[in-house]
Each structure stands twice: as structure tokens, then as C-alpha cells.
Design a protein around this ligand. Structure first.
Ligand SMILES: Cc1cc2nc3c(=O)[nH]c(=O)nc-3n(C[C@H](O)[C@H](O)[C@H](O)COP(=O)(O)OP(=O)(O)OC[C@H]3O[C@@H](n4cnc5c(N)ncnc54)[C@H](O)[C@@H]3O)c2cc1C
Length: 462
């Protein structure tokens, strides 16, 4: 049964322990800052609602072909972050289930039942993978604090008790479920850290501390992007949380701990890649519009910068398309994006994002930061003068140009811009992880054979 926006809002009043800037937030939907994010999610529930008793959201259906994979992307972009993280969680669990074939079949059955339940109840699931991690150079079992990685601290006949923290969890307080999985591979002796499970947000012992880039400014016209759409990050603490048996997907089988992280990495990076493809086109569009509004669109060095931006945007979109059209299939027919193109494309987009932003700032000028608020145009004393001096020529209105500058600042040079900058690098496991996976899936032997042939050497020399 799908939820309406109103039902979603009431579903959050479930006793969850969430905090923001030093205070406990008992009614997140009514909170002046976090509540506006709830409104956005509620609207997407209404947008996709169907009253049919056995309806399933089209956003959460498992793709079975390249075309279905391709069609899902614009839908998820329209539906926003909470739909995106839920879809990614579902696909992670489906992908992992296919890779746990050699384990006790009970895990696969529980995974399938859990995915069915999420789809049936139209829940939102967030991805809890990144642990606190302590000293990065030491494995979980050799940390000063054994809780630096989430672990089982007690086993009972009907489940386990977990302790630890998962940091930077996008939208954790806005969801219903925390998909909790090991952040890395585990070794002998790290059985207690090899735990994958699903935890309701309101389970006793779960505490979520929120941060947000949501604008504190009252006028959304000055924050046209982040004022419309923002999601809190959750610092999720498992302070001895009981997880019943039927919600445990791995417990102690350490050789399989990384299966979940690898499965998530693939879907998370596909999401990142598809977001970057739209983002890159948006940055090109802003560069062209502001160049035209400044009267410089025909100037050689401006055109060259925009051409470079176009090439970058095109390569990102090409890798997205390659990732989709070269998709692979799991044992039950689910379609997965191609690992090589997904990772190489995501890496390329993230690593070159700064040069896109540099070109845009270079082309736009200092008004990216100093453009007066839109409300200043409405001030009877200075409004006309602000409009006059922000105008550049006939046909380029001052307010139009100001709105472009506010959009550029919001997207690239303010709280949301900073969030994007770091997120592009870190989300999906960071650049290093993408380099490792790309290398793993690249056909290095083929490259070596080509190099040997070019050198006139036979393969025995390799
Ligand atoms: C806005 C945002 C949203 C996010 N959303 C989510 C989410 O929803 N769910 C989730 O689980 N995670 C999320 N993440 C977390 C993200 O996946 C991590 O930030 C990323 O994996 C890096 O981990 P870290 O932040 O702990 O940095 P670190 O692991 O400390 O990494 C910092 C640097 O150190 C390097 N490094 C770390 N360990 C080693 C080592 N042993 N040897 C060599 N080099 C090392 C890394 O390669 C990197 O260059 C999010 C992050 C951000 C910024």
C-alpha cells in the first residue's frame, strides 16, 4: 500500500531520537529547518501515490533490462534524494543476495522478504555504511576503541545487539529504515564486525544527530536550488540496539562482509554519475547564459572555456550511457550497471568537477558572491538603482542577471556549493575506491598485448 504525503509525515512521529544543533527534535515535520525537507519528501509521496491496495511505487521496481535501468534515472532525479537512496538500498540488497549464493539460503530469503516489505509498505531506507573508523591505519579489531566499527556486542536466541556509529548518512532522519552494512572487507577475528542488518529508525538505542546545508536565509529566491531541495546528513549512533533475527542478513561470515559494500558502491556511483551528468549540463548552461548576459559570449577565451566544459559534460554522459547499455545481469535477471564504466565515469566527473566550477566562476565575475538580494530590488530607495546597475544592455534585465548569479552562488559557492564540492569527492567511497574498482575491471592484459604488439615483441616477453 503506497503512502500519501500526509501519511508519510505522520509516519515520522514514531518516537525516533533525532537531534539538531544541540537540541532533541521530537516533531521533525514541524521543525523550521528540517521540516522543509520533510515537506519535499511528502510532496514526492503525493506525486507517486496510487490508491490501489497492492500498488508498488514505480520508483522501487527492480530493472530487468538496460532500457528499464535507463528509464529509472530521470524518474529518480524527479523524485529526489530519499527515493534515490531507497532505490539504491533495494538494489544493493538484491545485488548482494545474488552474490551470497554460497551462504546459508536463509540470508537470501530474509533479504528478499525485507525488500518485499519495503516495497509493500512504501518505506524510505537510508544507507548506513561509513563507520567512525578510528585510526584509519588499523583494522577494526585493533582499534583503541572497539566500537570504532559497528559490531555485535551480544548474541541472543532471537537476534543480536549492535553498537557503533555510521557517519554522514544522507537523509537518515527522514527515512524509516537504516540499511546497516559493513564498510569494508573483514578478516578472521573480525566476525563481530561482519554484521549486515536492517534497523528501524525508531528502534530503541538509535540516536541521529543531524547537520544540514539548508539555507538559513528567509527568501528562497536567493537560494533557488538549495532553498527548494535539501536533505539533512545523519550522524547515526547505535547505542546497543537489538536487531531481531529476521532482519539480519550477515552475521559473522567475514569472507562475505565486503559483498554489501561493493554492491552499494556500484549503485551509489551510478547515482553519483547520473547526478553529475545533469549537473555538468547545468553548469555549461549557466556559463553560456552568464557569458551572454555579460556581453562576452563571442569572445575567444570564454568560448574555449565553455567548449572545455561541454567536452567534460559530454564525456560524463557518455560514460553513463556506456554503464547502462553494457549492463550485466544477476542470477534472477536484475540488471546492474557496468562496473568499469560506472566507476571510471564517476571518477572522471568527480576529479574534474573543480575545473568546471573554476571556468564558471572565471567567466561569471565577482557578482557570483556580491549580488544584492532579490528583495533589495523591491526596496523603494535602492531597488531601481540596483536593477539599473545590474543591467548590462538592452534585453538583459538586472533582475534576470541577478537570478543567474544567485543560482551560480547557491550551486557552487555557498553552503550547498561546498557540500557538493566535498560530496563529489567523498560520496560513493571516495576517489581512491573508484580508482581501485576501475583498475580491477579494466582489461589490463589486453592493453599489455597492444603495447607488446606496438613494440614488436611477442607475449612471452611480458
Ligand atoms: C555529503 C556526504 C554524504 C554521504 N552520504 C553517505 C551515506 O548516505 N551513507 C554512507 O554510508 N556514507 C556516506 N558518506 C560517506 C562517504 O562514503 C565517506 O565520506 C567516504 O567513504 C570517505 O570516508 P571518510 O569520510 O571516513 O574519510 P576517510 O576514510 O578518513 O578518508 C580520507 C582520506 O584518507 C584515505 N584513507 C582512509 N583510510 C586509508 C587507509 N587505510 N590507507 C590509505 N588511505 C586511506 C582515503 O582514501 C581518503 O583519501 C557521505 C559523505 C558525504 C561527504
Amino acid at each position: 500500500m503506497l503512502m500519501t504525503g500526509r501519511q508519510y509525515r505522520s509516519s515520522l512521529a514514531d518516537g525516533r531520537a533525532t537531534y539538531f544543533e544541540g537540541a532533541r527534535v521530537d516533531d521533525i515535520a514541524a521543525h523550521p529547518i528540517l521540516g522543509t525537507a520533510v515537506d519535499v519528501v511528502a510532496r514526492t509521496y503525493d506525486r507517486w501515490y496510487s490508491p490501489e491496495p497492492d500498488a508498488r511505487s514505480p520508483l522501487m521496481v527492480v530493472p530487468r533490462s538496460a532500457q528499464e535501468l535507463r528509464e529509472r534515472i530521470p524518474l529518480l532525479h524527479e523524485a529526489g534524494m530519499m527515493a534515490h537512496v531507497t532505490y539504491t538500498s533495494i538494489m544493493t540488497l538484491i545485488t548482494a543476495a545474488g552474490r551470497l549464493e554460497k551462504l546459508d539460503p536463509v540470508y537470501r530469503q530474509r533479504l528478499q522478504r525485507y525488500v518485499d516489505e519495503v516495497q509493500e509498505r512504501d518505506l524510505r531506507v537510508t544507507q548506513c555504511i561509513t563507520d567512525a573508523k578510528g585510526d584509519r591505519s588499523r583494522p577494526p579489531s585493533q582499534q583503541d576503541d572497539p566500537d570504532a566499527y559497528t559490531r555485535v556486542v551480544e548474541r541472543r536466541s532471537d537476534g543480536v545487539v549492535i553498537r557503533g556509529a555510521k557517519l554522514h548518512i544522507t537523509g537518515a532522519s527522514l527515512g524509516h529504515e537504516l540499511m546497516t552494512i559493513p564498510t569494508k572487507s573483514m578478516k578472521e577475528g573480525e566476525q563481530d564486525y561482519s554484521i549486515a542488518c536492517a534497523v528501524p529508525v525508531n528502534a530503541p538505542g538509535v540516536k541521529i544527530v543531524n547537520t544540514t546545508y539548508a539555507p538559513r536565509h528567509h527568501d528562497p529566491r536567493d537560494f533557488p536550488v538549495s532553498g527548494r531541495d535539501h536533505y539533512p546528513e545523519g550522524f547515526v549512533i547505535f547505542d546497543d540496539v537489538f536487531v531481531p533475527e529476521e532482519r539480519i542478513f550477515l552475521d559473522g561470515e567475514f569472507p562475505y562482509a565486503a559483498v554489501f559494500a561493493h554492491s552499494l558502491g556500484l549503485w551509489e556511483r551510478l547515482g553519483g554519475l547520473s547526478a553529475m551528468a545533469d549537473e555538468a549540463d547545468r553548469l555549461v548552461g549557466l556559463a553560456q547564459l552568464i557569458a551572454e548576459a555579460n556581453g562576452l559570449a563571442h569572445v575567444a577565451h570564454i568560448k574555449e572555456k565553455i567548449s572545455e566544459m561541454i567536452i567534460h559534460a559530454t564525456l560524463i554522459r557518455a560514460s553513463l550511457e556506456a554503464a547502462i547499455s553494457n549492463c550485466n545481469f544477476g542470477p534472477d535477471g536484475a540488471a546492474f550497471p557496468n562496473e568499469l564504466y560506472t566507476n571510471a565515469g564517476k571518477y572522471h566527473g568527480a576529479a574534474n568537477y573543480n575545473s568546471m566550477v573554476r571556468h564558471l566562476h572565471d567567466i561569471a565575475g565577482g557578482a557570483v558572491l556580491t549580488t544584492p538580494a532579490i528583495a533589495d530590488i523591491e526596496n523603494p530607495e535602492v531597488g531601481g538603482l540596483v536593477r539599473k546597475y545590474m543591467k548590462t544592455m538592452h534585453g538583459v534585465d538586472g533582475e534576470y542577471r541577478m537570478r543567474l548569479f544567485h543560482t551560480i552562488r547557491d550551486l557552487t559557492a555557498d553552503a550547498f556549493g561546498g557540500w557538493k564540492q566535498v560530496t563529489n569527492i567523498q560520496a560513493g567511497g571516495g576517489l581512491y575506491a573508484q580508482r581501485i574498482v576501475t583498475r580491477k575491471h579494466y582489461d589490463l592484459e589486453h592493453a599489455k598485448r597492444l603495447a607488446l604488439a606496438a613494440a614488436g615483441l611477442d607475449e612471452d616477453h611480458a
